[in-house]
Design a protein around this ligand. Structure first.
Ligand code: G4P
Ligand code: NA
Ligand code: NA
Length: 194
């Protein structure tokens, strides 16, 4: 996705060999035009899958999930990281370990919104170790709904997330795949193909 790659190259900040800061257009300030393009691209890639629902996790997954949901004309549900005051029973839960934060959080979604027959597209902003996406998939697997695929805005291909998700049998579509952040430089996976 050219517009996304341009934004990463022009506005992304390499914080270390492992971390890319994209606060100016994705994770804090949000570029709405780019998000609409992201939604169109995910919708194109999954248009034949008869998706009935988008599942993401708060907070940075919500924007691309919403633009995708508008294109596919389906609802979007976001998993919560903190228990909601009004959302207390009838919950699906999964434990998500964060390597970056070295802590385990419980994510939750109401059973009312992932139901039998749902074909769920999981969307998230980053794929690193894959723990968040696996947690989301686990929520779906606990019901009679199906995971139809996983859409990722930025994949860090040098981390094990994609391998774990594919190993679990899921189709992964990432709009930007980063091969390396070494030497303060973003290199995309495609650039390595000769
Ligand atoms: P994992 O789910 O793939 O295992 O990821 P990990 O625990 O390593 O990541 C924890 C948080 O850090 C997630 O956001 C994830 O999106 C984000 N993250 C991981 N690598 C990068 C990176 O290189 N750059 C940026 N900007 N974010 C990264 P979160 O805590 O759930 O936050 P948010 O969705 O509320 O923004
Ligand atoms: Na996220
Ligand atoms: Na994030």
């Amino acid at each position: 996705m050219d517009m996304l790659k341009q934004a990463i190259l022009q506005k992304g900040v390499v914080l270390s060999d492992g971390v890319l800061k994209v606060d100016s257009f994705l994770n804090h300030q949000i570029d709405p035009i780019l998000q609409v393009e992201i939604g169109s691209e995910f919708a194109n890639r999954f248009e034949k899958n008869e998706i009935t629902k988008i599942l993401t996790i708060e907070s940075s997954g919500i924007a691309p999930a919403l633009t995708t949901a508008i294109k596919l004309n389906v609802p979007v549900v976001f998993a919560r990281k903190k228990k909601s005051l009004t959302l207390s029973s009838n919950l699906l839960t999964a434990k998500v370990y964060s390597f970056t934060k070295n802590e385990t959080n419980e994510i939750t979604v109401s059973r009312d919104f992932i139901v039998e027959g749902d074909k769920v597209l999981i969307i998230d902003d980053f794929l690193a170790n894959g723990e968040a996406a696996l947690g989301l998939a686990s929520l779906v697997e606990q019901t009679k709904a199906t995971v139809s695929g996983i859409g990722i805005v930025i994949e860090k291909s040098f981390q094990p997330g994609r391998k774990k998700l594919e190993g679990a049998g899921y189709r992964v579509e990432s709009l930007a795949r980063i091969a390396s952040l070494e030497n303060n430089t973003v290199r995309f996976v495609e650039e390595l193909i000769v």
